[in-house]
Write a protein that binds this ligand. Structure first.
Ligand code: 5AD
Ligand code: FES
Length: 378
């Protein structure tokens, strides 16, 4: 029997993830799009992404800019360059800038706080940070300086898989879920996300990822396919060993990614979901659009100067890597209009509204207010 849509418990989510019949999947796509329209509307909000540094002290097994990647020319943008990118985002009509980097202690507490203050004062844009695992002191200082949101993907909810692909720093145990919860308490809107098709990832794990989005009430959720980088262990033999260890390896393809996007929209109807660059990378022709018609409502055009952009190669063939900010803007606006949607204005933060009729029967007993609901901590 095909899975239902009215009670998305664990078994039903796994059932949908395993579903392969295109006619049955049409029901999932249609419902995700209806829930997206009812809860976050037709406007697609644009966030200007500034990749401010590709220095990184971590050794994530999947990431092309990991500390020990050979042949990566490292850069750190200057204060003036970052401000110029924020001005560009403002000129292009975006409501938010996202400052993203590797985990780079060279980006000091003071440096980032000063950038946040300067961008806020001049542009008034909403400011999202995505700077990896940082101390509470750093995070509080940046919130105090005016940062609004922080993105930190937990990558997978499975503690075993997480620690295999994401080694901790000596003397500390990496716990991104705990950092997300602390940031929420500090007043940040919190963003997270996962990769789909990580070697060793099963449908069961992926279903728990989706449940964790719901249980943590994540405001922004980025979902993209895992793309092997030949510069990394997961671009080579280690990936084969991990894949062999999973009884039911999730493929890192477009359909699997879109299923996760659609199911996430159903369990987190109000969240902001980007149609990710990784999705556009595996399907340059229609990946962005398919994300947007199967649950997503956000796009993050890159406003990093092209000379730096090419050095921020976390996986090969990254979409738009050679484009200018204007080219991306024009291209994305066309794509958004081609599917009958509008470009959003304003900051486009998380909306918290009353339930709309279309989803009231979809939500399982509310995840809010249950003690600590995590299936496993990192
Ligand atoms: N393939 C796909 N996504 C990746 N990311 C990092 N490396 C890869 C890869 N090889 C994603 C991670 C990270 C985000 C910034 O990019 O989810 O959190
Ligand atoms: Fe960048 Fe199309 S979105 S060129």
């Amino acid at each position: 029997m095909p899975p239902g849509l009215d009670r998305l418990d664990h078994e039903t989510i796994v059932g949908w993830l395993r579903e392969a019949d295109p006619a049955v999947l049409e029901r999932l796509w249609a419902r995700a799009d209806a829930v997206r329209a009812a809860h976050v509307g037709d406007a697609v909000h644009l966030r200007g992404l500034i990749e401010i540094s590709n220095h990184c002290i971590r050794h994530c097994l999947y990431c092309g800019i990991r500390a020990c990647s050979d042949g990566v020319t490292r850069y750190r943008m200057t204060a003036a360059e970052i401000l110029e990118c924020a001005r560009e985002a403002k000129r292009l009509g975006y409501g938010t800038v996202v400052m993203q980097s590797g985990e780079d202690p060279g980006l000091t507490r003071e440096f980032i706080a000063d950038r946040v203050r300067a961008i806020k004062a001049e542009t008034g844009l909403a400011i999202t940070l995505s700077l990896g695992e940082r101390s509470d002191e750093d995070l509080k200082a940046w919130k105090g300086a005016g940062a609004d949101r922080f993105l930190l993907r937990f990558e997978t909810s499975d503690p075993g898989l997480y620690h295999r692909i994401h080694p901790s720093l000596p003397g500390t145990l990496s716990d991104r879920v705990a950092q997300l919860q602390r940031m929420r308490a500090m007043g940040y809107e919190i963003g997270s996300g996962v990769m789909v098709g990580i070697p060793g990832q099963t449908w069961e794990i992926l279903a728990r990822d989706i449940e964790l989005f719901r249980d943590l009430d994540i405001d922004m959720i980025g979902i993209g396919p895992f793309l092997p980088s030949p510069r990394t262990p997961l671009g080579g033999e280690a990936a084969e060993r991990l894949r062999a260890s999973a009884d039911e390896q999730v493929p890192n393809n477009e359909e699997a990614t879109l299923k996760v996007v659609a199911l996430t929209r159903l369990v987190c109807p109000e969240a902001n979901l980007p149609s990710t660059t990784a999705l556009a990378t595996i399907d340059p022709a229609t990946g962005r659009e398919l994300g947007l018609v199967r649950g997503a409502n956000i796009v993050m055009p890159n406003v990093t100067p092209p000379a730096y952009r090419v050095l921020y190669e976390i996986y090969p063939g990254k979409a738009c890597i050679h484009e200018t900010a204007e080219a991306c803007q024009g291209c994305l606006e066309r794509r958004i209009r081609s599917i009958g949607r509008t470009v959003g204005s304003g900051p486009g933060g998380r909306r918290r509204s009353g339930p709309a009729a279309v989803t009231s029967s979809l939500l399982p007993t509310s995840a809010r207010g249950r003690g600590d609901p995590r299936p496993g901590r990192h």
